[in-house]
Design a binder for this molecule. Sequence first.
Ligand code: FES
Length: 423
Amino acid sequence: MPSSRIRPLENPVTFTLDGEELEAERGEPLAAALIAAGKTTIARSPKFHRPRGPACMRGACDGCLARVDDAPNVMTCLVPAEEGSAVVTQNRLGPRDTDLLRMTDWFFPEGMNHHELFAGVPGIQTIMQGFARRVAGLGKLPLEAAAPRPAARRSADVVVVGAGPAGMAVAVRLARASRAVEVLDDQLTPGGGVTALAREDAAAFEPIRAAFSAGVASGAIRLRSRTTAGAVYGRDLLVAGEEGAEIVEARALVLACGAHDGALAFEGNDMPNVMSARAAGWLLSRGVLVGARIAVVVTGGGGPFGESFARAARQRAEVTVLHGEPLSIRGSSRVKGVRVRTATSEREVDADAVLVDAARSPAFELCQQAGAALVHEPRGFVVKADDGRIADGIWATGEVCGLPFDPHALEAHAALVATQIAS
Ligand code: FES
């Protein structure tokens, strides 16, 4: 049994996966409960039906997509487990773990353009179109059409996008300056990358977290979790949340969007139980261990999540940390090992889970829409704004500006931004 829970459930609920009853901690992401139950193959790639599992635990891959309570293509890493939740895997023929449509991967090892398969051949073309729809589709439509929900328009004083350490730090300072601060975050809980660190590593960020929690508890900061800032149009911010969509014009908008996990191209990188070290650390902090024999690959520019995970997990699992470049995963639908090129040699280690800690790329997208200047670096596009100001009334701060994931650097830049806004 590769994955497991390391502490008992405090508030268990029962949900189902394809009709099978499973337990979860109330409110934890459904994907976390599935991993804890050893159900790591959740989705299938749309065309070749390769098995996919949660890789990011933050709504940034497609490994956890499933039908939940009759809604298709739900990212189960962003949905809290409730009593009676019904999760159904999609786009498979036959059992979830085998999926007979996987044959397309074996029959077309060089790839296949399903749009042209037998196109123009009378009769066969129609049959093949039906087959292609079955093979390449993703989910089925909901049983009922959702009622339209018009977007509301409103104004706000300060809106901060992102409740990672940078967003928390700037929100705290602006709340202390008596500004009405609203923080939007698309995750279930605030904290960003801090929540993926071992306790001793997270301690350095504790003053920021404590001040933010106090601000939220007192009402000085309004935190809206599970709320996505989708786009910036001039001074308008498109926001999507549980209640629907809205367009918010803030007197000051701060984009603290953080960074994406580093994604590397190597053979087998999409296999279930190959995931970012940050995601595995996040799961561990919630009591879910992703394997019994875990390889952590830290590449140049990576950190701190791989080493931090190893520190936290070593008492409970066999953890090997390798500094180098992952070359390939051994296994066809289940991880059996990883081959890594280190500074001196190539090594292969046995593992039932492989964690990758690569250089993270700034989540620059909203900043670019707002008009930010970008510089391209090996890790990705970085917002170029020394004082954080990227447009009239819009600022950026944190890793999106290329700052290191370091509490002092993040605090200092947040202070610079907050001073400009408050003055
Ligand atoms: S999108 Fe859910 S694990 Fe990546």
